[in-house]
Design a protein around this ligand. Structure first.
Ligand code: ADP
Ligand code: ZN
Length: 222
C-alpha cells in the first residue's frame, strides 16, 4: 500500500486495542506510531530523574503531568520525517493536552474505539507484551505461537506492572473522568471520526483494522 501522510489520533479506553490496531495500521499504511505510554515505559528503565518522576504516576495508574507529557510528545513529533504520517496512541488524555496539540499540529481524523467495560478488564488482565519489540499478545485470545515468546522477534513476553486488577481499575476511572470527556471537545471542533466497536473478546484485530482502512479511504485519507 502507498505511504499516506495521515495524521490521526487513536482514541479509546485502556485496553480498547489502541496499541494493537495502531501497530497494524503502521505496517499497512506506512505511518509512524507515537505511543506516549511506550515512551514512558522506556523512560522508567532509565535511572534518571525524569524516569523516577514518571514512575510514580504510571505505577499508580495516574496521568503523568501535562508539562512532562507535552515535552515528550514535542520531542517525538520533531523526529517524524517530513512527508510521513503518524498516529497518536495515548495522547491527548486531558483537555489541556488536546488544546496544546492544536497549537502543534493539525489532525485529520480521530479513530474512536468503542469497547465494553467487561471486555476491557478481561483483556488487560490477560495481556502480554514483547520485551523486545512491544508487540501485544493475549494469553487467551491473541496467543503467540510459542508460549511466552514473540512471534515476530523471538523476544520474551511479560506482563505490564500496571496490568494488575487494582491499577486497571484506577486507569479505567481516570479514563472516564479525565479522558473520555475529550470526545465532546473533539465533536464540538467538528473533527472527523472513524468509529469502530469490538463486539466480542475474540474479534480478530485484522477485521477492525481493515474496516478502519476502508473508512479512511472513503475520507480520502488512505
Ligand atoms: P493504556 O492505554 O493501556 O492505559 P498506555 O501505555 O497508553 O496504557 O499508558 C500507560 C500509562 O502511561 C498511563 O496510565 C499514564 O500513567 C501514562 N501516560 C501515557 N500517556 C499519557 C498522557 N498522554 N498523559 C498522561 N499520562 C500518560
Ligand atoms: Zn517481539
Amino acid at each position: 500500500m502507498a505511504k499516506v501522510k495521515l495524521k490521526a489520533i487513536i482514541f479509546g479506553a485502556p485496553g480498547s486495542g489502541k496499541g494493537t490496531y495502531a501497530s497494524r495500521l503502521q505496517a499497512k499504511l506506512g505511518v509512524e506510531v507515537i505511543a506516549t505510554g511506550d515512551i514512558f515505559r522506556e523512560l522508567l528503565k532509565e535511572d534518571s530523574e525524569l524516569g523516577r518522576k514518571v514512575k510514580v504516576y504510571v505505577e499508580k495508574g495516574l496521568l503523568v503531568p501535562d508539562e512532562i507529557v507535552v515535552e515528550v510528545l514535542k520531542q517525538r513529533l520533531s523526529k517524524i520525517p517530513k512527508g510521513k504520517g503518524f498516529i497518536l496512541d495515548g495522547y491527548p488524555r486531558t483537555l489541556e493536552q488536546a488544546k496544546i496539540l492544536e497549537g502543534i499540529t493539525k489532525i485529520d481524523v480521530i479513530l474512536l474505539l468503542d469497547v465494553l467495560d467487561w471486555i476491557i478488564i478481561e483483556r488487560l488482565s490477560t495481556r502480554r507484551i514483547c520485551r523486545n519489540c512491544g508487540t501485544v499478545y493475549n494469553i487467551r485470545f491473541l496467543k503467540p505461537k510459542v508460549e511466552g515468546i514473540c512471534d515476530k522477534c523471538g523476544g520474551t513476553l511479560y506482563q505490564r506492572s500496571d496490568d494488575n486488577p487494582e491499577v486497571i481499575k484506577k486507569r479505567l476511572q481516570v479514563y472516564q473522568e479525565q479522558t473520555r470527556p475529550l470526545l465532546e471537545y473533539f465533536k464540538a471542533k467538528k473533527a472527523p471520526f472513524v468509529a469502530s466497536s469490538t463486539p466480542t473478546l475474540d474479534t480478530p484485530p485484522e477485521l477492525i483494522v481493515d474496516k478502519i482502512i476502508a473508512e479512511l479511504k472513503k475520507l480520502k485519507l488512505a
